[in-house]
Design a protein around this ligand. Sequence first.
Ligand SMILES: [Zn+2]
Length: 398
Amino acid sequence: MPRGPVALDRTKLLAARYRAATDRPYLASALYSLTVVPSDAVPTMGVDRHWRCYVSPAFVDATPVPELAGVWIHETAHLLRDHHGRAERLPAADQRDPARVNIAQDCEINDDLLADGLVLPAGGMHPRDFGLDEGRLFEEYLPGIPPRPHHDCGSGAHGRPVPWELDGTGPPAVSAMEAQALRRATAEAMRGHQRARGALPGGWRRWAEEVLEPVVDWRRVLAGAVREAVAWAGGAVDYSYRRPSRRTPAMRGVVLPSLRRPLPRVAIVIDTSGSMGEDDLAAALAEVTGVLREVGVRGNRVSVLACDADVRAVSRVSSAGQVELDGGGGTDMRVGIAAALGARERPQVVIVLTDGFTPWPAEAPSCRLVAALVGDAPPDPPSWVETVRLGPTAGRPS
Ligand SMILES: [Zn+2]
């Protein structure tokens, strides 16, 4: 006999949350930040980006408390891991396929939950179901996920609106800023738990590390600094008045200001001493020359100076292989900067690749100076030097 709508067994549902929170206390704040919204339209449980948890009363009725506790943690994991935010950064074609995104996200969550000894209801996805390795992020799983029907964990997971969800005027919601604070608090609680007990699933451990010490994409930062410096140097030359081309008949006789943007000259000064690793140097130099090529600064507009205590060589290089690292002790990048600025064709931008253990000029030179610092804890250059820290792992592929 078909059953009518079931009333939500709130006691059972909240007992499951209590159990999840006492078993894994580092998740308690996040678990208790979810607002329960009963819904007959949601197949099992799902979340929206406002940390509202939609719950099917029939599902609660049919599911034992230990499995419900696992689902609570599963749904919380979607929000802690910012799945909806990350889904919005996927290529558009992937975003249009929320079911596959949802499966990939469930794979990212569930391998950890199962390794952690949690029980999940039947049908929970696991990377092994698709012949994929455990311990990856959903973005990595996605290409290996075939199209197939899947239960819906809501817009808090895949980021696409779902019919049963309330709009922004619904019950109490967690703001994006509060969510960020919750992620941090949870990551700190995880770290504390790990220190005290030592046990934390690998996926959560990596997640907490990433939240507490985000890895800055040095390539993007360095590229941005170089691009900006070149644009600045190009724009530093004023508007000049000139007659427009005769081939623009409508403009005949009208003198318009036109922006001449001569490409700047750029000098790259490389520290060949001490702790600059060859890989670090190659990676940093490749990034700088790549960006310069992209913006059209190439050929004789770029000069590379290899520098230790003396400027040993002044050469135009197209690859880092042409730079000889001597690993010697003394470094004085002032010599390299002075040599760069002393060239007949004076550069408007000087980029210094160094471990930072060097004296700097006493005052700002009349050019744009960007220091790209390689290594673990490079000392601070003077405040007028534009500084990009590449960190100790610049050479390793990120
Ligand atoms: Zn899910």
